[in-house]
Structures are given as C-alpha cells and as structure tokens.
Design a protein around this ligand. Sequence first.
Ligand code: BG6
Length: 478
Amino acid sequence: MKGFREDFLWGGATAANQFEGAWNVDGKGPSVSDMCTNGSHTSPKRITPVLEEDTLYPSREAIDFYHHYEEDIALFAEMGFKVFRLSIAWTRIFPTGMEKEPNEAGLAFYDKVFDACKKHGIEPLVTISHYEMPYALVEACNGWESRECIDYFMNYCEAIFERYKDKVTYWLTFNEINSGTMPMGSVLSLGTIKGFSGNVIEAPDKPQERFQGLHHQFVASAKAVKLAHDKYPQFKMGNMSIFATMYPYTCNPDDVVETQKQMQMMNWFCSDVQVRGAYPYYADRFFEEKGIQIKMEDGDLDILKKGCVDFYTFSYYMSNCVATGDAAKKTSGNLMGGVKNPYLEASDWGWQIDPKGLRYTLNEIYSRYQIPVMVVENGLGAYDKKEEDGSVNDDYRIDYLKKHIEQMREAVKDGVDLMGYTPWGCIDLVSASTGEMAKRYGFIYVDKYDDGTGTLARSRKKSFYWYKKVIETNGEEL
Ligand code: BG6
C-alpha cells in the first residue's frame, strides 16, 4: 500500500501579521490587522482606525518573529521541516500599497529569512497576501472593491518575484480567498471596510462590494500566476481556500440540496475560478438571486483562463452540518458557524473535530480538479498549560494531528496526489479570529500572554518531539 511520497513536504504554517510584530519597524506601514485590538472567544476583537491609548493591538508585537527568525527557523529545522509556510507583509514592501518603488529594508528582511531557510535546507512556501491589506488602501479606495488594487498588487508581485526568484519556488496568491464569500472576509481579506470602526463581527455586510472585490482578487491572482508562468517558469503557483466541509444534517432531500448549494458558493466557487479558469455555472443564479452585478472589463475572462494555478491548497480544521429545519443545535467554526454534528467532539472554541472529514475532503477536491493538493493549515487551537518545570504536555494536540495524518494517509492510499502538510501555527502566534494568544496551536511555546506581557522565550512542547519523529519516519510512526 502506498504511503506518503518520498519528497513529501512536511512543515508548518504561519502568517506575517500574526507572528512578525515589528509593525512599524524599518519603514513598514500599517495593515488592517495592525488596527485590530485583542478579543476572545466571548468578546470580539475591534478595529479602531484611530489608535486608542491603553488598548492592546496584538499584531503589533505578536511573537516578534522579526527579531527571532534565526532562532525560530533553527527550531523548525530541528523538527526536520522540509517546508515553511510564511507570508510576506505587503506593507513591509509597499507601506501604503501605492508607492512606485519598494521599501529596501522590507525586502532585505525576507532575504535574511529565506537565507536562513536555505541554510537549514527548508523550502519556503510563500503566501503573497495573508489577511493583511495595507490600511492606506482601505482608506484610499475601500480595499479590493476598487479595481486599482489589481495594479497595486501586481506592482508588489513584480517586486517580490524578481527579488526572490532564486530563493522561493512555491507561492500562494491569496490566503483563504473564499473568506470573501462570507461577511468576515470584508475585514480579514478584502478591506472593504472604509470608515468602519467597532466590533469586527458587526462590520456592515455589503455582498455587492464583497463579490466585486473577489472579482478583482481573481483577476489579480490570475495575473500573478500568468506573470510567474511567463517569466519565472521554475515557480509553482497555488491557490489557497478555507475548506469548511459540510454534511447534510439529515437525509431529507431539502437538507441535501441546501448543503450542495452552500458547498458550491462557500467551498468551490473561488477554486473553480482559480483552478479551472472560469466562473462556474451555478454562480449566475446566486448573483441573480442576491441582486449582485459584477463589473468586468474586456479581457478579464481571458486573464482568468490564462492564470490557472498549478496546485490546490487549503486549510482544514473542522466540519459542520447543514439543516433546513430549525430543530438542530448550532455550533461555531472557522469564520462560519453551522449545525452541530452529534457524532463529533469540538475544541474549546466550538470547532468540531473531524479527521475522517479530511479524507473525504481530499477525495472531493482531487476528484474535481486532478491536480496536486496540499493541506497548508490544520491544527488544534487549545489552552496550553505550562508546568513548573517548563514543559507543556499537549497530548490533546498530538491526538488531533495524529488522527488527521492517519486520514491523509488513507487519502493517499485512495489515490489522492498529496504534496505536503503544514499544520497551522507551528509556533504559537496571535489568533486571526479573536486576536488572542491563549488560543495556541504551536509545537513551540512562546512566553507571551493576552495582556501583552511575556518574555517571548521559546520552548519545545511535547508535540515538538512527536512531530519530529513523524517527519523522520515520513509519517509511518504516529
Ligand atoms: C485560518 C487562517 O483561517 O485559520 C489563519 O488562515 C488563522 O490566519 C487560522 O489563524 C486559525 O484561526 P484562528 O482564528 O484560530 O487563529
């Protein structure tokens, strides 16, 4: 029976705004995440365009990877990482997003990071835009609602492709691009929140702006892929979707049809465009029923066709059910809630743990697209307890990851072409949804707390040693 391929890319994943800190160092400009306060599972984080005294903005220092990158990458190497997923902060390279020339100090920082990866034989996997729209673009043009963002984004891509052409092979255009199909996407990804301040979950929802913004991201993504294919044939370009697997709550055909509808617009719509190069057939009816009209320019559809990605990547944390009746109990999940599945347990944040759903999802994705697939986020956000001797015995995390890797192996045996696995937050970092440090995912513990205190010291959790063994044995010993 087949196991993971010999060149399987084992590693871990992060994002600039959640771990770099140094938010205004060496010429970096503010991004949306720098304007967000901390929150928790029960009290939402806020966006405050004007800085408030005595309020904590967790992305601003985060875990200060900016000044700890050598130590952190050495720890990843100790675990045996083959790949390290990180994002470049757009605002480090173009502080407002609108400059003509890149910021040399920002470029120089990632040179050092990629050189450190190379020294340890680690392949970088770079997300070009991971939830960190330059805040100046929100103010100037309501983020991605404006077509101008395509040119600003391309300016950024040209700068980083040229600079890192010999250091980076694997690129993802937009993190969880399909977050734009949900209200939270306007804050996290699209920046269509000009003038808004307050609880992020209360940002006014304007589907017309969101889907127009998504169209601009599709064009930008396709242009970036095309630029790479034309000028840097050694590059491998991927999409990145959040996959919220959905099951019908019952076999009532109403539940089944509703599930299919939600799966289409939430999970397939964006990747259908990015992988197949065209808007899917079911989008027309959705737009018509919602009264959404997408403004396109001549040539947009052609660009989409020419900018298809080489591999498919996604995040997978949980699954939900869909019910049309109202008897079912609700649960929460990554950026969207759903209906509770009586067969599954959930994390402390209510995300339902479903390893078999990963095998199912991998098969669904591969049968639809038939291109290599990679799981670029997965993991358990949990409250970790540091013992007096400094150890963290995170058996619950090991259990979660072990069960998901087992199911990935099943999917490989099923015939899915799986390239790699980068569990989320391989080092503790700030939560995207709540702004907390308390929701930890890492193999590496960081001494940093929700009140902003902590020495930033790094230490190895029990899962660190476990994952090292997993990589050493190419997933045989779990
Ligand atoms: C994904 C994002 O949605 O999930 C990450 O790409 C995020 O940025 C991760 O951190 C986990 O979500 P959270 O809210 O627990 O940080």
